[in-house]
Design a protein around this ligand. Structure first.
Ligand SMILES: [Zn+2]
Length: 436
């Protein structure tokens, strides 16, 4: 339970209230200085991200935090603890955004970290170990880098999970340069990444906790300002599936003589939806989408039975067995549909990514914290990937706090109330000062 006395808790909460002025200023400056057509653009290892790191370093110095960076260009704003040699606690998130994205996805976690650190300092609480607010590079690299890379470039580089080859094979979509050359443009020497041991590991980091806006509608629908994340969904993906039928005349050929690729693929998707709903009804966790579904523009026509359709499958669940089973179900159903409709599916091998369960001890502490701080929270799974999963994969106890956000994320209409943000930051500050 908490190390804080009731008096210290009261002082801390009052200071979090005071530090909201810092948060509002940072959000306002970020929105103004990285504005792009209604949204914001902060490219991974690009101008907007760099601007944010420079801005936040200035703010951290004003608060009285130590400002450092690692060889991957991740920034750390550190509040010293009483034992400076002890493994530190890290909180933070990413400062990049998708193109024309929202102001809060990522930045909210770094702003909350700075506000919490300022509050702990001003409340006169000296943490047992250093608390570092980490501004992570390139979490949104999926939107900025093509070619081969393992995602979450900044956190994976810090944790030693990035392969050296990714410096060459990840290609920046803005400049066309490989990651290593792109880093150099922003004063980051990629050679230092290769020469040095990882900046972070489980012996150096006691815990990682990340605040992030919710990217779906659940907290909004349930009327809860804050969510305690149970885990981050893993996935089974087919990136280039096809169904091949036969192009024929859409008037002349009788229905029972057709090999309609679109209808066959549509049947597969409806079967998958039925199985998904059955899994949910049984208490399981699953979502799926065919985000791409397209006929060949050179071949398709109003008056043709479609002979080919391309599609993708993205099946996600907290539970690995669930998404693996669903991928097997898709393959089996496709084989059955092939026979009946005289078509051929080329789904290919599914690619799997692991699911991550958030640290149970952190979650139990957060539940106690919510009761103590009178916060109305609920358990929630994360559908999107986050840096927290990389920390957890290295054996570092990790957790996440979601803050209610209307209109989803990765768009200009992200909408987080500062009142909800303060509630999430209260929980974060309480965890940092008294529990972790
Ligand atoms: Zn994010």
């Amino acid at each position: 339970m908490t190390r804080l006395s009731d008096t210290e808790t009261g002082r801390l909460l009052a200071q979090v209230d005071g530090s909201m002025a810092i948060a509002e200023r940072l959000f306002g400056d970020l929105a103004e200085q990285t504005a792009d057509g209604g949204g914001v653009t902060r490219a991974s290892y690009g101008e907007g991200e760099q601007l944010a790191h420079d801005m936040f370093a200035g703010c951290a110095k004003d608060i009285g935090l130590e400002v450092t960076a690692d060889p991957a260009g991740n920034s750390y704003y550190t509040l010293p603890g009483s034992d400076r040699q002890a493994p530190r606690v890290i909180t933070g998130s990413h400062l990049d955004s998708v193109p024309k994205g929202g102001n809060y996805d990522g930045a909210a976690g770094v702003v909350a970290g700075l506000a919490a650190a300022a509050a702990i300092k001003e409340a006169g609480i000296v943490p047992a170990q250093d608390i570092a607010v980490m501004a992570v590079r390139s979490e949104e690299c999926g939107s900025w880098f093509a070619g081969e890379h393992g995602g979450h470039l900044g956190s994976r580089a810090a944790l030693g999970l990035m392969k050296p080859s990714e410096l060459e094979t990840a290609i920046h979509l803005g400049s066309g340069k490989p990651l290593g050359a792109q880093m150099k443009d922003f004063g980051i020497d990629p050679q230092r990444l290769l020469d040095r041991p990882p900046s972070l590991n489980r012996d150096m980091v006691k815990a990682y906790i990340e605040l992030h806006i919710e990217q779906g509608p659940v907290l909004e629908a349930k009327g809860k300002p804050v969510g305690i994340v149970t885990g981050i969904r893993g996935n089974a993906r087919a990136r280039a599936a096809r169904c091949l039928g036969e192009y024929t005349h859409s008037g002349a050929v009788p229905q029972d003589h057709r090999h309609d690729a679109v209808l066959a693929a549509a049947e597969l998707l409806i079967d998958l939806e039925r199985e998904t709903l059955a899994t949910l009804a049984a208490g399981g966790d699953i979502v799926f989408a065919a985000g791409k579904f397209y006929t060949d523009a050179d071949m398709h026509s109003l008056t043709k039975v479609p002979g080919e359709v391309g599609f993708t499958l993205d099946i996600r669940s907290i539970d690995k067995d669930t998404f693996v089973r669903m991928s097997e179900f898709a393959t089996a159903r496709a084989a059955e549909i092939e026979k009946r409709r005289g078509v051929r599916f080329e789904i290919g091998a599914f690619a799997f990514s692991r699911s991550t369960v958030m640290n149970l001890g952190h979650r139990r502490s957060m539940e106690q914290g919510c009761a103590l701080l009178s916060l109305d929270a609920m358990d929630i799974a994360s559908g999107g990937g986050h840096d927290a999963q990389e920390f957890e994969s290295c054996g570092i106890p990790s957790s996440m706090i979601f803050v209610r956000n209307a209109n989803g994320s990765h768009n200009a209409r992200e909408s987080m109330e500062m009142d909800d943000f303060e509630k999430g930051t209260r929980l974060l500050a309480w965890m940092l000062a008294g529990v972790l």
